[in-house]
Write a protein of this length. Structure first.
Length: 326
C-alpha cells in the first residue's frame, strides 16, 4: 500500500518514469498485476478528465507521425504538456509489435513536456491496444493536458479510437477525389476535422483542390454533433505549417462541445461503452481459459465440417455457464 501511494504521488507530480511503469502494470495480463492496476486507477480517477483528447488517423504514407511530432512541439511552445499514445500493430506471425513511433518522433520524445508511449495492439479489436483508455487516464493524472491517440490505420481501429476521444482528426493526402475512392464512407463520417497534409511545394495546388473535394464530400454527410460541422484545413507537417489553424479548430470544437453540454454527454457515453467493452473482453478471457481441451476439440470438429459452428458455440457456452453457476 505504501509503495502504491508513492507511485500515485509520483504520477501526480508528472514523473515520466512512474507513469511508464504504471502503464506497463495496466498492460500486464497477470491477475495480481491487474488487481494492482485497478486499485491504482481508482485512486487517480479524480485527477483525470481535464485534457483535450484527440484521435488521429490517416491513409498510409500520409505523414501522421511527422505531423504529430510537429503538432506536439507547437503545443509545447504554447505551454501545453503533450502525451502521445501510438498504437502499433502486433505481428500476426510472431505477435511482436513494430513500435516505430518513438524513433520516428525522436525530437518530441526528448522534450520533458512530452510523453510518448507506443503500445502493441496484441490482437485486440481493430488494432487498438486494450489498455489505451487506461493509459490515457494515467497521462491525464500526470498533468498532460493534450492526449493524442494515433491509430494503426487498419480495420476497425478508427472506430474504436473514436469511442475514446473528444475529437477525431482524419489526415489525407493531396490526392483529392482519387484518394476519396480508397476511403471508407464510415471513416469520413467519423471525422470532426480533415487535415490535408503535404500542402507544400509542387503539391500545394493539388492540396487546395483536394480540400475542395473533401469539403464537398463532408457536405453530403450528416454531422456527428449538432453543435459542430466538420472542417477541412491545409497543413504541411514537413514545413510545420498549418499547425496554428489545426489547433484553432480543436479549440473551437472543444468550446462548442462544452457550451452545448455535448462533451459531458459524450464522455459519459464513452465511459459506459468502455465498461461493456471490458465485460466482453473479460468474459472472452474467462471463456478461453476454461475447458481448453474441450474447446480445441470442438473447434477441430467445426473446422473438419463435423459439427455446425452455431451448435458448437451453444454447446461450449452451456458448459461454461453451467460450471459458473455450480
Amino acid at each position: 500500500m505504501k509503495q502504491q501511494a508513492e507511485v500515485i504521488k509520483n504520477i501526480l507530480k508528472g514523473n515520466r518514469r512512474a507513469l511508464a511503469k504504471a502503464i506497463t502494470l495496466c498492460e500486464s495480463s497477470r491477475a495480481d498485476h491487474q488487481k494492482q492496476a485497478q486499485a491504482l486507477l481508482a485512486e487517480i480517477l479524480p485527477h483525470t478528465g481535464k485534457s483535450v483528447r484527440l484521435g488521429i488517423t490517416g491513409t498510409p504514407g500520409v505523414g501522421k507521425s511527422t505531423f504529430i511530432e510537429a503538432l506536439g512541439k507547437y503545443l509545447i511552445e504554447q505551454g501545453h504538456r503533450v502525451a502521445v499514445l501510438a498504437v502499433d500493430p502486433s505481428s500476426s506471425l510472431g505477435g511482436g509489435s513494430i513500435l516505430g513511433d518513438k524513433t520516428r518522433m525522436e525530437a518530441l520524445s526528448k522534450d520533458p513536456a512530452a510523453f510518448i508511449r507506443p503500445s502493441p495492439s496484441s490482437g485486440s479489436l481493430g488494432g487498438v491496444a486494450r489498455r489505451t483508455r487506461e493509459a490515457m487516464l494515467l497521462c491525464e493524472a500526470a498533468g498532460y493536458d493534450v492526449v493524442l491517440i494515433e491509430t494503426v490505420g487498419v480495420g476497425q481501429s478508427e472506430f474504436a479510437v473514436a469511442d475514446m476521444v473528444d475529437m477525431f482528426l482524419l489526415m489525407l493526402s493531396p490526392g483529392g477525389g482519387d484518394d476519396l475512392q480508397g476511403i471508407k464512407r464510415g471513416i469520413m463520417e467519423l471525422a470532426d476535422l480533415v487535415i490535408v497534409n503535404k500542402a507544400d511545394g509542387d503539391l500545394k495546388k493539388a492540396a487546395g483542390r483536394a480540400a475542395g473535394d473533401y469539403k464537398a464530400a463532408l457536405h453530403l454527410m450528416r454531422p456527428k454533433q449538432d453543435c459542430w460541422t466538420a472542417k477541412v484545413v491545409l497543413a504541411s507537417a514537413l514545413k510545420e505549417e498549418g499547425l496554428e489553424a489545426v489547433w484553432h479548430h480543436v479549440q473551437e470544437f472543444e468550446k462548442a462541445m462544452k457550451e452545448s453540454g455535448s462533451l459531458k454527454e459524450l464522455r459519459s457515453d464513452q465511459a459506459g461503452a468502455w465498461m461493456w467493452s471490458e465485460i466482453h473482453d473479460q468474459l472472452m478471457d474467462a471463456f478461453k481459459d476454461s475447458h481448453l481441451d474441450k474447446l480445441h476439440e470442438t473447434e477441430k470438429a467445426v473446422k473438419a465440417g463435423l459439427k455446425p459452428p452455431t451448435a458448437a458455440a451453444r454447446e461450449m457456452l452451456d458448459i461454461f455457464l453451467s460450471n459458473k453457476t455450480d
